[in-house]
Design a protein around this ligand. Structure first.
Ligand SMILES: *Cc1c(COP(=O)(O)O)cnc(C)c1O
Length: 454
């Protein structure tokens, strides 16, 4: 052990040092430590500087080559933010491929030969699907909220119920977004009860917006009172302020036929009379990351004139993917959207898939202890916090520990992410495509091979 060379010999090696600017100094050190750790555990045949240096260089080359890669999501969480939320439909990808490869009429009006608006085509689909007069697409829902507040509430007051001062994972806290946009937050009501008169009492000539936020990722239950979208919209019209709802989840269709709890749709909120509604493109809408603002035509036109929009705008690939996703809804082909295709499988379908996966794994490794199990999947991504979706998958009992197996599965190619549950590793198949089963069986087979203990 004393013979193992010191870390700095590696980090100062000229070949190894070239990776510091590429992947970062800390990452380089981590790879050196990992190789030295292997040497200490006796897993390597030679602990000479040359052999270890070669090992470090091999790891660095692999790390640099590995950009964003696909993973098999065996968590059963359909819209996992860490895994990029909604998978895109075939049509959306085809549109990205076709339009991304060449030039497009992104900002060009083919009828007049003049400059056009990048938002027009997708906004007509959005208007058709939501019943809104106008629509605009930005980078994500957080950007949509920021743009609305910056445009209409800078230096003015925004009235929000205390029960709706949300935080969405990854640092979106409504009071902070309000502060950033230069608006003053006026909290009304209490955590569990807010009445229409609270909004009326808070109103003054400097009030810009009555804002509602949808409790996307939490629920207030028990003795509660909240103001409906329709009554808030009516009061806002009477007092001549803008009614705005951050709906977030973004369902375009009723999700109850898919076994999910009822969730307001964009069209329902527009029909309730709200002036502006914002939703996320990659939650229950099942499209690419983006934020959609739908509402009254003249307000959308004002939003388009805000110079901030330039910093929040979406590119042609997002618009291509969103356009194709919306076209599936408009054409009544909701099941073409992968989110709904995944939600559409029955628990029996998934149990059958689980049995086949078990056979594939035991064909590779006859000693593997894998069994089909019933599970509960979730929508995730800050949506439907209490939805329990009946699902199925496989439980894997490793010879060592489920955490060690989970770590080997993350290192497998393709990586597989599962859930460690009561001493076993569970891979939920609600979020695994039929076409991924072979690769999943192969990664599982490799990961079940426990490293020989020296
Ligand atoms: C998810 C969500 C957001 C943030 O949406 P992103 O598209 O992730 O930026 C904002 N508000 C609500 C109510 C949400 O549910």
């Amino acid at each position: 052990m004393r013979d193992i060379p010191a870390v700095h010999r590696f980090t100062t090696d000229p070949a190894i040092a070239t990776y510091a600017p590429l992947i970062g100094r800390d990452a380089v050190r981590a790879h050196v430590h990992a190789v030295l750790e292997e040497a200490r555990s006796g897993a390597l045949t030679s602990a000479s500087f040359e052999a270890l240096r070669a090992g470090v260089l091999a790891r660095l080359a692999a790390a640099q080559a590995e950009g964003l890669i696909g993973v098999i999501n065996g968590t059963g969480v359909l819209l996992h933010t860490n895994f990029g939320r909604a998978p895109l439909s075939h049509a959306a990808l085809e549109s990205v491929r076709a339009l991304g490869a060449g030039y497009t009429n992104l900002e060009f009006d083919l009828a007049t030969g003049e400059r056009g608006s990048r938002y027009d085509r997708v906004s007509s689909l959005l208007c058709e699907l939501s019943g809104a007069q106008g629509a605009l697409v930005v980078n994500n829902c957080a950007a949509a909220v920021l743009l609305v507040l910056d445009t209409f509430a800078r230096g003015r007051e925004v009235v929000v119920s205390r029960g709706e001062l949300i935080e969405i994972g990854g640092g979106f806290r409504l009071p902070d977004v309000l502060a950033k946009s230069g608006a003053t937050l006026v909290e009304v009501g209490t955590t569990n009860k807010t009445y229409l008169r609270d909004y009326r009492d808070a109103w003054n000539s400097n009030t810009a917006l009555f804002m509602r936020t949808h409790p996307s990722n939490y629920r207030v239950t028990g003795f509660t009172a909240a103001v409906s979208a329709a009554s808030l919209a009516t009061l806002a019209r009477e007092l001549e302020v803008i009614s705005f709802e951050d709906l977030g989840t973004g369902a375009l269709v009723d999700v109850t036929p898919y076994g999910l709890p009822s969730e307001p749709t964009l069209a329902q909120e527009i029909a309730a009379g709200l002036d502006l509604v914002t939703v996320s493109g990659d939650k229950l809408l099942g499209g690419p990351q983006c934020g959609i603002i739908a509402g009254r035509a003249e307000l959308i036109a004002t939003l388009k004139r805000n110079p901030l929009l330039r910093a929040l705008r979406v590119d042609k690939m997002t618009l291509a993917a969103l356009g194709a996703t919306l076209a599936a809804y408009a054409g009544g082909r909701v099941n073409d959207v992968p989110l709904f295709a995944m939600l559409g499988s029955t628990q029996d379908d998934l149990l059958d898939r689980a049995r086949r996966l078990c056979e594939m794994v035991t064909a590779r490794r006859p000693d593997a202890r894998v069994t089909p199990v019933r599970t509960l999947a979730a929508t995730g991504g800050g949506t439907l916090p209490d939805a329990e979706i009946l699902s199925a998958g496989v439980a894997v009992h490793p010879v060592d520990s489920p955490d060690a197996l989970a770590a080997r599965l993350r290192k497998a190619r393709p990586p597989v992410i599962g859930r460690v549950e009561s001493g076993r590793l569970v891979i939920d198949l609600r979020t695994v495509r039929e076409s991924e089963l072979d690769a999943l069986a192969s990664s599982l087979g490799d990961a079940l091979e426990t490293p020989a203990t020296p």
